[in-house]
Design a protein around this ligand. Sequence first.
Ligand code: PLP
Length: 420
Amino acid sequence: DADHLVHGFVPLHLQKDKGIPIFVKGQGIYLWDTEGRKYIDGLSSLWNVHVGHGRKEINRAVTSQMNQLAFAPTLIGPTGVPTVQLATKLTKLAPKGLTRVIFTSGGSEANESMIRLVRAYWKVKGKPKKTKFITLNQSYHGTSSGAAALDGIALFNDQVSPGLPGVLHMARPYCYRCELGKTYPSCKIDCAQELERMIKREGADTIGAFVTEPIQGVGGVIVPPKEWLPKIREICSRHNILMVCDEVITGFGRTGAMFASAGAGVTPDILVSAKGVTSGYLPLGLMLFKEDIFQTFLDTGDDYAFWHGYTYSGHPTVCAAGLANIEIIEREKLVQKAREQGHYLEKKLASLHELPIVGDTRSKGLIAAVELVKDKTTKEMFPVDLRLAQRVWEKALDNGLITRVAGANNIALCPPLIIT
Ligand code: PLP
């Protein structure tokens, strides 16, 4: 590993000097490494193994599909049966009104597809100047060039700037450290109003879409007040701006609803997801969008095609894994379980507030974060060079619990939905 493999998000020296576990087995919520050490997979590996490890049903579905037909080129027309079945299933599970599906191989690719869809849509609508995107500070949408340009985390852009122009970032619904210096609820969710101010400043005729994670994951598990997403929906509609929910982490039951946007009572115009759709057994991403976007393209003329996609879009074997995975989520009522276990997790997290270094805990369903502070009263952070969250992460790993540092001062938890 240290001699040849490059892990994108691991400081090169950490891998070289300390070494990284290599896993050889997974079962349920547990993983085992080459040294025989057992871990609780407290992050569902990478926020994605919803149904836990070692599920034979997915193995059987994949094997059976491979024996029949491993691949079909959906991009140029001919497709496979599981691809059609999964597309149909997704439109039934998604927030009402999202009727069209484009498959990709992951979340970043799905955001690339989304950027191109937004641009293409406004061109067809005769508004080619609507090219800008607004996203949140510290947001994460992937690391391919377009997706990374949407990221509010500078780390993913600074090494390779300049990126896609016309991306604006705005304050998050982060009540513990309000970026507008306000206090909830007297703020009347001014962070949502910030979108309206930004639209007025930039001009609605220059903005294509507002893109948001319904709950920010990598940026520190930021759970907004319940009025925030509906308010954002209302502002986007009023100003004729497409609303995009990036549900790569929050999709497929993670937050106690099949999709977090639907859980908040909102239907975005475009929904991007990945991860939990196959629980990571095979790589798959997707973009769902409204019928009237599709109809707009359809009305353009006989020769119109959305010139975008990938060789592996709608890969039948991968889609078979997705169908088997969703069947498990439904049969074992994992969405409901995430909600119930989420209440328990929330209660247990609250008890951590006794610790002198715990400033805040946040959760929704089975995604959570513990925010570490030097001083609980002033919310002063630990100096960066102390790498405190990193050290807590390392200590947990030494004790057999996998977590993740999300944002400089947060420990994220995101266990498989099957956890008891
Ligand atoms: N969007 C969000 C919200 C994510 O959390 C991630 C990955 O963590 C992505 C997009 C990128 O997905 P992928 O790593 O599959 O490209």
